[in-house]
Design a protein around this ligand. Sequence first.
Ligand code: FPP
Length: 248
Amino acid sequence: MSPRESIPAVPHVAIIPDGNGRWARQRGLPRNLGHRRGCEVVRKIVRAARSLGVRQLTLYAFSMENWARPREEVDAIMSLLDSYLKRETDELVERGVRVSAIGRLHLLERDVQDALRELERRTEANAEMRLTFALSYGGRSEITDAVRKLAREVEAGRVDPDAIDEKRVRAALYDPELPDPDLLIRTGGEHRISNFLLWQMAYTELWTTDTLWPDFSETDLRRAFEFYGSRERRFGRTGDQAPRRGEA
Ligand code: FPP
C-alpha cells in the first residue's frame, strides 16, 4: 500500500497555526524569526496536504485580533506574507493549487492586496487543491459583514426578510463556495476555535497538538488525518442515520 492509500482522505482541512512566538522565545530569538519559520512550514504543509489528496486547505494566517499586536510585529508578518505570496507564485501555479483569501482584505496593506490579487489571478484555472488564506479575518466579522449585506438587500427591497434562510446567509459570507471544513487542526496546545470560521465549523472534527507551528511536520499532519479517519461523523443524527463519509 502506498503511504497515500493508508491515510484517510480529508477533503477540507482548516488550520490554526499557533505557537510561532513561543517557538522563538524558547530559543531566545525575536518573535519575528518564529513567524519566518512559520512561513516555511506553511510552504511545506501546503505541499504535503496536496500530496495527501486534500482538496481544500484553509489557513488562519492573520486574525482581526492580530491587528492589536505591536506595530513592528504586524509589519513583520505583513512583509513575510507579501514575500511568501510573491515567492510561491510559480510553484503554486505549477502544482495546480488555486489560491484565494477571505477576510476584511481592504484593511491589508496595498502591496499585500495587490500580491493576493495577482496570485488569485494566476492560479484561478488550477484545480488540484484550493488554498484559502484567512487574513484580517474573524468569524464574527464575517457574520457581521454578511448580516450587513443582507440588510442592504432587504432595504433595497430585493430580499424579503422571511426568505432569509441558511442558504442565503451562506451566500453572503466572504466565500460562499468555501465548503465546511471536515477537520480543524490547531497547533500550540490551545483547545479553542479563536473566532475562526464560526459559521462553517458547525460539524468540524477538532484535532489539537502541543507541537508549536514551526515544528509541525508532515508526520503530524498524517497523525491528524488518522484521527479524522477514526471519527464517526453523525452531523446531529443517530449512528444509524448518519451519512457515510463523503456524503455530507
Ligand atoms: C501564530 O503564532 C501566528 C500568527 C498569529 C501569525 C503569523 C502566521 C504565520 C507566519 C503563518 C502564516 C502564513 C503566512 C504565509 C504568513 P503566535 O504568534 O500567536 O504564537 P504564540 O501563541 O506562541 O505567541
